[in-house]
Write a protein that binds this ligand. Structure first.
Ligand SMILES: [Zn+2]
Length: 410
């Protein structure tokens, strides 16, 4: 453990501090890069134009290539539109594309040292523990979940180790090389500290694939739902319609039904500008008519989630499945009601909290902070099998301290 720690520190030093970042090309692109926050990481600019060399750009010395004696000490970002020419030039100096130099476009996608860091951190943390790299388990209680947290503690250590490396990272966007299950190809996910207190990246809410635009939890839900229902003539309903998740699911399950909550003035099932309105506490679907009811982070915004569970249960066929993600407090048993909606009046038991909403810029009010007792509630509603699915994948970029989704079988 301590030995690994030392190795990790050494690695960081080697990868992050050994080689200096320099920009090749002292034109407008270079200036905008330095303006855009890269200022503190770059000490030197190289330019082929003798007029520009010997000048200073944004406090950085500009030199001509002749003045460089040891190219190996740099990682070069080509900030010029003459990428091909400069690339050939650098190859003649014996430098390797993607290792010693990258174009600014490639750099935005993934700095080469970051790709090596992800792999190296993974090798160190998971040494001899392949099981913790890909996790998919059903859990039936908080105590069972806690056991898995112990068993798979390396997955959490991996995220913490990456975080440590990322915090030294140049710029604000972090790349994570992996495989997007939705697109079916390798990709460079983008990771961000947005919506967090800055102590850990938003693993659950970011790790976005640049091609499909889906974050970590969206990608997991899409593959989980489609693995269950793809190619089968099944009736799947999901409580969203104007999102990337719906768009991607519809590619895989063409007859999937989606909806949004458009406001109290509409009746469930009504279609307004091609968007279907549904109130999850009062669905328009017939009894025993659906194979799957799915949602992503919806039930915490519903005034009476119990009622919504009864509605899902009513509409599902026997053996039909309710599948959903919620922001659950994974260390708590009891759910907490934040807001009550009574007699047309909203009462705040706790300070109001809002989450993003694709339909409204005002966001969605949170009514419930869920704990593990949500599993008991689903059983009381009548579901025969209720469990959480714990998932994690180094390769697929499913992260967030052993995240879970909930499934309930009628
Ligand atoms: Zn994708």
């Amino acid at each position: 453990m301590d030995e690994n720690k030392t190795k990790l520190v050494e690695l960081e030093e080697q990868l992050m501090n050994d080689r200096e970042i320099v920009l090749f090309g002292g034109g407008l692109l270079c200036k905008s890069w330095l303006d855009g926050g890269f200022d503190e990481y770059v000490n030197l600019v190289i330019d082929n134009n003798p007029e520009k060399a010997k000048k200073i750009i944004k406090n950085k010395k500009v030199v001509s290539p002749d003045e460089i004696s040891n190219w190996g000490q740099f990682i070069i970002i080509i900030t010029s539109n003459y990428y091909e020419e400069i690339s050939e030039q650098l190859c003649r100096f014996g430098l390797i594309k993607g290792v010693d130099f990258v174009s600014f476009i490639d750099y935005m996608l993934i700095p080469p040292q970051m790709r090596r860091i992800t792999e190296a951190v993974s090798d160190i943390v998971f040494e001899g523990d392949e099981d913790s790299k890909e996790i998919l388990e059903k859990v039936y209680s908080l105590s069972e979940y806690e056991n898995y947290c112990k068993k798979y503690s390396n997955s959490i250590r991996y995220e913490r180790a990456l975080n440590k490396v990322y915090q030294k990272k140049i710029g604000k966007r972090i790349a994570y090389h992996g495989y997007c299950d939705v697109c079916g190809k390798e990709t460079d996910f983008s990771v961000d500290y947005i919506w967090t207190d800055g102590s850990m990246p938003a693993w659950r809410e970011t790790v976005f694939c640049p091609f499909c635009g889906c974050n970590s939890r969206m990608r997991f839900m899409i593959q989980r739902i489609s693995n269950n229902y793809i190619g089968i003539d099944s009736k799947v309903y999901i409580c969203e319609q104007v999102t990337a998740t719906f768009r991607e699911l519809k590619r895989k399950i063409p007859n999937i039904i989606g909806s949004e909550f458009l406001g109290d003035t509409y009746k469930s099932g009504e279609i307004i500008n091609e968007v279907m309105h549904q109130d999850v506490m009062n669905l328009s679907f017939d009894d025993n008519s659906l194979d799957c009811v799915a949602s992503l982070d919806v039930y915490e915004h519903v005034p009476d989630y119990r009622k919504a569970f009864y509605e899902a249960y009513r509409c599902l066929k026997k053996n039909g499945k309710l599948m959903f993600s919620i922001p659950i407090f994974k260390d708590r048993y009891r759910s907490t009601i934040r807001t009550i909606f009574n007699d047309e009046k909203i009462e705040y038991l706790l300070p109001p909290v809002y989450h993003g909403n694709p339909i409204s810029g005002d966001g969605s009010l949170v009514y419930t902070d869920f704990g593990w007792d949500v599993l008991e509630t689903l059983k009381e509603v009548g579901f025969s099998e209720v469990y959480a699915v714990v998932y994690f994948s180094v390769k697929r970029g499913y992260m967030g301290e052993l995240p879970i989704i909930i499934e309930a079988v009628k």
